[in-house]
Design a protein around this ligand. Structure first.
Ligand SMILES: *Cc1c(COP(=O)(O)O)cnc(C)c1O
Length: 398
């Protein structure tokens, strides 16, 4: 990167003294990468099974992204959203066609997409402000999104937040029925909860949410920021269930590594959002949108979503086998290449040991190993990971 020769110690020291302490940094210095591999400052090579938290879906230095970015380097970096900008319209057209929804709004991040969705839902439900979300949900860090995030540790230091939010346990159909009524503006669901420990919502729960929103006029929002854009083996996670939401929020992999978020709105929202209701200076930046188009080309025409489905199915079987033979594995959950392995012990020390063995994995909650590998991950890397995990569990890392 810009100073490849700088020592990890110098980088750490500067961060420790000057960067605000929002992150508990792992002692890991990725400096290069290709495909699903990362290389650290010492030249050690790792398999990356978390992809910058679901951002680097195409892996590192993907030739198509590099080519697109180079071409954009000599073009305009920014054009005001008050003027026309071709790439944004092209990306909107692609997303609308692929999702079957009607329109797209672009922003820079996941949390901004959810903020916009909260506002758009209010336009669709005048006089109502109730929001339904799930325990252990994650929708982002800004005030609106954190208000609907079902993790008290993220919310409590900042209360009071948005009033009128009700949290329901995931997959508890009766609790959902009891919560949604004529005061509800929107129901926010992640079809597969990410931060919450890779928890897929059941088709019955999703269908019930749709029926309740139809009956009460509330807006159904699916947050596909982590589980969308091919990760489940379907381009949109909602396509697996057949339940079509009114609004879909997306971000992480959309900009190919550049900040880009989107809100897709369906017919329920048509004509509601007018000039002045919402906006952003940077959202839908032309460079990010061109990368977004390249990402979609690879996912759809390039066959990467189909590859996720195939690799994911194979990996799912391997994970079931792991659970059957290893008592330390309490549960395995997920779809495609979004997978959680729930352990009988804390996941943090296991994650640390796996990093030493050359595997970058994530965690969720206290006991879940979270896997969000780049879609280009070879099966051999996933097999090697499973062997390393079992070794680590046998060593008794805890
Ligand atoms: C990461 C994430 C967000 C927040 O996205 P940011 O880009 O970090 O603001 C929201 N929802 C889900 C499901 C996420 O995984």
């Amino acid at each position: 990167m810009s100073r490849p020769d700088e020592s990890p110690q110098a980088v750490e020291a500067r961060a420790a003294s000057c960067v605000l302490g929002t992150y508990a940094w792992t002692k890991f210095h990725p400096r290069d990468g290709r495909g699903a591999k990362l290389v650290d400052a010492d030249g050690k090579v790792y398999w990356d099974l978390v992809a910058g938290i679901a951002v680097n879906a195409l892996g590192y230095r993907h030739p198509r992204l590099v080519k697109t970015f180079r071409a954009e380097a000599t073009d305009l970096f920014h054009v005001s959203n008050l003027f026309y900008q071709a790439a944004q319209g092209e990306l909107a057209e692609r997303l609308v066609t692929l999702s079957g929804l009607s329109r797209a709004f672009f922003c820079n991040s996941g949390t901004e997409a959810n903020e916009a969705a909260i506002k758009f839902a209010r336009l669709a439900t005048p006089g109502r402000s109730g929001l339904i979300a799930l325990d252990n949900s994650f929708h982002g860090r800004t005030v609106g999104s954190v208000s609907i995030t079902g993790n008290p540790a993220y919310r409590e230091p900042f209360e009071p937040l948005l009033p009128g939010v009700i949290f329901v346990p995931p997959n508890d159909v009766e609790a959902l029925k009891a919560a949604v009524d004529g005061t509800t503006s929107a129901v926010f669901l992640e079809p597969i909860q990410g931060e919450g420990g890779i928890v897929p919502l059941s088709p019955e729960f999703l269908r019930t949410a749709r029926e309740l929103c139809d009956a009460t006029g509330a807006v159904l929002v699916f947050d596909e920021i982590q589980c969308g854009l091919g990760r489940t083996g379907h381009l949109f996670a909602f396509q697996a269930s057949g339940v079509v939401p009114d609004v879909v929020t997306m971000a992480k992999p959309l900009g190919g590594g550049l900040p880009l978020g989107a809100v897709l709105t369906g017919p329920r929202m048509d004509g509601l959002v007018k000039p002045g209701h919402h906006g952003t200076t940077f959202g839908g930046n032309p460079v990010a949108c061109r990368l977004g188009l390249a990402v979609l080309d690879e996912l759809v025409e390039g066959g990467l979503v189909a590859k996720v489905a195939e690799t994911g199915e194979w990996f799912g079987r391997k994970l079931s086998g792991l659970k059957k033979r290893n008592k330390a594995v309490v549960d395995v959950r997920g779809a495609g290449l979004i997978r959680g392995i729930e352990l009988d012990r804390e996941a943090g020390p296991v994650q640390k040991r796996l990093l030493e063995k050359g595997f970058v994995v994530g965690t969720a909650r206290k006991t879940v190993i979270r896997l969000l590998p780049p879609y280009v991950i070879p099966k051999a890397a996933l097999s090697a990971f499973l062997i390393a995990l079992e070794e680590t569990l046998k060593e008794g890392a805890a």
